[in-house]
Design a binder for this molecule. Structure first.
Ligand code: NAP
Length: 288
């Protein structure tokens, strides 16, 4: 496995493709906005003009685009990845997307003799930059094992979850847990402010204890410092929470906290704040 086509060089993908170059893979790249791939091209990646061109002749094709509709377009669209990847190639979607779509892609790929794996990631923009991502994979276990050297260049915690779609289901679990943790932290600071105690002192008091964690010390901290630039955009968080609520009802379970946080995020998107980082939820709660 030497030649990798990489599609989607945004916040996450640019860093991940960079690690693949560092690890010695021959990387070809495509992104909707070409400028976002230019730094990689300067470092030796080959620019391709379309998803199909980027998939053609590769051992592995990796995608980390935005929404399920983008995944659908690049894989199943005319002259897309499945039309152009060679028989025996591995195609790996690392976008946070729908488990149902992952199952569809797996089945369509199998008909063409292509190995498809869904492998969304957690660990945020810092995890992508430091190559410490957790990678949650669904598909055939032998394919996951074959891809281990590629995954190892981008992540530390590589977990095979089960059959096609299982990686996306595990990622949905992650986002469901984050929704509660982030909104809970925002509520704590809203309470601090309303009750007249010092928000910074509350942070110092509670962030190292049982209420601490990634959302508190990485995400909410950025917001309390007035930095709303995205590590993870609210609009993508909304997409993830919608995948969680929609599939939860398909699986016959109800997730009331998730529904509430989704409503809050959608309100912020309506106000034009979707490109801000998730720490901007502090504003919904009137903390900032
Ligand atoms: P991003 O910066 O928007 O990156 C997505 C990239 O994909 C963009 O550069 C976009 O092009 C490109 N793209 C979208 N549709 C495309 C298409 N049809 N063809 C070619 N390129 C396309 O977002 P991100 O933060 O890297 O997140 C990417 C995915 O990873 C999302 O699903 C997100 O939920 C997930 N994720 C993000 C984080 C995080 O902390 N940021 C963590 C874990 C998972 P343009 O430049 O034209 O927009």
């Amino acid at each position: 496995m030497k030649k990798i086509g990489f599609i989607g060089t945004g916040i996450m993908g640019a860093a991940m493709a960079g690690h693949l170059l560092d690890a010695g893979f021959e990387v070809s790249v495509f992104n909707r906005t070409k400028e976002k791939a230019e730094a990689l091209v300067r470092r030796g990646a080959k620019w391709c003009g379309s998803p199909g061109e980027c998939a053609s002749g590769q051992d592995v094709v990796i995608t980390i685009v935005g929404y399920p509709k983008d995944v659908e377009q690049v894989y199943l669209g005319k002259d897309g990845i499945l039309d152009c990847a060679g028989e025996g190639a591995y195609v790996v979607d690392m976008t946070t997307s729908s488990p149902i779509l992952a199952e569809t892609i797996y089945a369509a790929a199998k008909e063409r003799g292509i190995h498809a794996v869904d492998a969304p990631v957690t660990g945020g923009d810092t995890g992508a930059r430091n190559a410490t991502l957790s990678i949650l994979a669904g598909g055939d276990e032998a394919d996951f094992e074959a891809l281990r050297p590629v995954f190892s260049a981008m992540g530390k915690n590589l977990v095979y979850m089960g059959s096609a779609g299982a990686g996306q289901k595990a990622k949905a679990c992650n986002q469901i847990a984050i929704a509660g943790a982030l909104a809970g932290a925002c509520e704590a600071y809203a309470y601090a402010k309303a009750s007249g105690i010092d928000v910074e002192k509350v942070y110092a008091a509670i962030s190292q204890g049982a209420a601490g964690g990634f959302q508190m010390t990485n995400v909410v901290r950025r917001g309390l410092d007035g930095d709303f630039r995205p590590g993870f955009m609210l609009k993508h968080f909304g997409k993830d929470l919608a995948i969680g609520t929609e599939t939860a009802s398909a699986y016959g379970t109800a997730l009331p906290v998730l529904g509430m946080v989704l409503h809050e995020v959608r309100q912020m998107e309506k106000k034009g704040e979707g490109n801000e980082g998730t720490q901007a939820l502090l504003r919904y709660y009137g903390v900032m």
